[in-house]
Design a binder for this molecule. Structure first.
Ligand SMILES: Cc1cc2nc3c(=O)[nH]c(=O)nc-3n(C[C@H](O)[C@H](O)[C@H](O)COP(=O)(O)O)c2cc1C
Length: 220
């Protein structure tokens, strides 16, 4: 039995009767989970909608608490880190992490960045040791698979595309993924949402096909 951590981050919902108002990235996540559970009936899904329930921004007190050794934290510092602890506990249970993300201003939504800021913590998700020289940071977790499902309004963000240099969504999440304990990274996305034309339709259909193929591949 595997555990899937399913994280949504679009601020759009999925229940509007006007289809075009609904989140595309969230629909990809739902499709992935639906197909996954059809094949792997006994697997467990932990779900968070960061778009509807925003993580707190970290602040100075959070940093002070995070850098205080565990046994020396005051009750108030423990409370400050409670949200981070909850996210970390969900992460440790996960074999597969499914993150759905819209492209906002060429990067990830603020709520998703806030989740990463809460999650990536010294002596929790990573250790820091200057004895390691120029690369002192090492993740504490390993063996996880990350599936990133995206939607963007413009196009050409992939390898060799006309806007590849403006894509700060996938490269950023890929760089952070190692600190979630991710060894295998997959990305599937659709583009052209703002054009609402046949290119968008084709892009969504391609993404759905790729999601089905990936579920097959990862379920083997
Ligand atoms: C605040 C905001 C910023 C956006 N910025 C970009 C952008 O920089 N590049 C782009 O291609 N699309 C951009 N878009 C379009 C979204 O990526 C597109 O609507 C996508 O489908 C949103 O994901 P969702 O359908 O899951 O909500 C932006 C949309 C919003 C609401």
């Amino acid at each position: 039995m595997k555990t899937i951590l399913h994280i949504d981050s679009s601020v759009r919902r999925t229940d509007s009767s006007t289809q075009s108002y609904n989140s595309i990235s969230k629909s990809f996540g739902r499709y992935f989970i639906e197909l996954w559970l059809n094949k792997n009936h006994h697997d467990k899904v932990i779900y968070r909608d960061l778009g509807l329930n925003s993580p707190s921004f970290i602040d100075q007190d959070w940093i002070a608490a995070a850098f205080t050794p565990k046994g020396q934290r005051s009750p108030s510092q423990q409370q400050t880190l409670a949200e981070s602890e909850e996210y970390f506990s969900e992460l440790t249970q996960a074999d597969v992490i499914v993150i759905t993300s819209p492209m906002y201003n060429y990067g990830m939504p603020a709520v998703l960045k806030a989740w990463f800021d809460q999650m990536l913590r010294v002596n929790k998700t990573f250790t820091f040791d200057l004895a390691r020289g120029d690369f002192p940071i090492e993740p504490t977790l390993s063996g996880k698979t990350l599936v990133l499902l995206t939607s963007s309004g413009e196009f050409g963000f992939g390898a060799g595309g006309v806007r590849e240099h403006m894509n700060h969504l996938t490269p950023h999440i890929k760089a952070l993924a190692q600190y979630l304990g991710v060894d295998q990274f997959y990305e599937i996305g659709s583009e052209y949402q703002e054009f609402s034309d046949e290119r968008h339709q084709a892009s969504v259909e391609n993404a759905q096909q790729d999601i089905a193929a990936l579920v097959d591949q990862l379920s083997e």
